[in-house]
Design a protein around this ligand. Structure first.
Ligand SMILES: [Zn+2]
Length: 277
């Protein structure tokens, strides 16, 4: 049996209620890292309250989805705080006292730009190609220059801020890949991933730009990933809830999500709950 934690970035969207209903119908737990600006839309906010009531965990994905390395410490913190206020309010409206504090950086830009999600020197050499593909497949990378001292300081300051402000590492026991446990990936307080479905390549903002253009191509990525099909470690899987504006010509991302989750269920995956320790 393969075990995985399912994470969805960028919602809420006009499809969130249906996504929640689909996950509930399959008994699949998940966390949604929500985009604050989307939550501010009056018609979307209730979808998050509803999701909480149905057992979905809500994490913070900032307010405006900007890149940390471009906006800097003060603005990044402001965006995290503003987004968290919305999440706290949604938990309150759902009748829950305490909202969890989990954070995922937009574009996985943790302060050093998305060319440097983590310090590759902390990853053993034989795993570096895989980790590089995990974070940078098809992703916009402006520079491969090493991060500056200022960027490294920004990254470290943000990690420190998370700890001082009650943000926690997402509880994902069972993830024991050697490139995870022995590297910066396991030390990060923000929420990282061990597998990206690359579904964003078929989402409304990027469709057609990435290498993978069909659901079958995404399924093939799942079937052939050298680590994802191992049963000795759990996985943290990245998907997206980002479905506006609808393009009638294209398969919508909800259908793609349903296909991929069903495919994984049929491929002997079990999806795990996020349990606070
Ligand atoms: Zn995002």
């Amino acid at each position: 049996m393969k075990r995985a934690y399912l994470t969805f970035d960028d919602g809420p969207s006009s499809y969130t209620d249906r996504l929640v209903d689909f996950l509930c119908s399959k008994n699949v737990p998940a966390i949604f890292f929500v985009h604050g600006e989307n939550m501010m839309k009056e018609h979307y906010f209730p979808s998050i309250v509803r999701a909480i009531k149905k057992g979905i965990v809500i994490g913070n994905h900032s307010l405006n989805h900007n890149r940390a390395s471009e906006i800097g410490f003060e603005e990044q913190i402001r965006q995290i705080i503003e987004a968290q206020k919305l999440i706290d309010r949604a938990y309150h409206e759902a009748g829950r006292d305490h909202a969890p504090r989990y954070f995922r950086f937009p574009h996985l830009d943790r302060g050093c730009g998305n060319a440097h999600v983590i310090d590759m020197a902390t990853v053993e050499e034989q795993y570096r190609d895989y980790v590089r593909d995990l974070f940078w497949e098809g992703v916009r990378i402006e520079t491969k220059e090493p991060p500056t001292a200022g960027q490294i300081e920004l990254k470290n300051s943000l990690q420190k801020w998370f700890i001082q402000n009650g943000f926690k590492k997402l509880p994902t026991p069972g993830v024991i890949f050697p490139w995870w446990v022995n590297s910066e990936l396991s030390e990060a307080v923000d929420s990282l991933v061990t597998f990206s479905t690359s579904d964003w390549m078929m989402g409304p903002r990027h469709a057609g730009k990435g290498q993978l253009k069909t659901t079958d191509a995404l399924k093939n990525k799942i079937d052939t990933d050298p680590w994802l099909n191992r049963e000795d470690s759990a996985h943290i899987i990245l998907m997206h809830d980002d479905r506006d504006p609808a393009n009638e010509q294209r398969e919508d991302l909800l259908t793609i999500t349903e296909n991929l989750v069903n495919h994984m269920l049929n491929s002997n995956f079990t999806f795990l709950e996020f349990k606070e320790t």
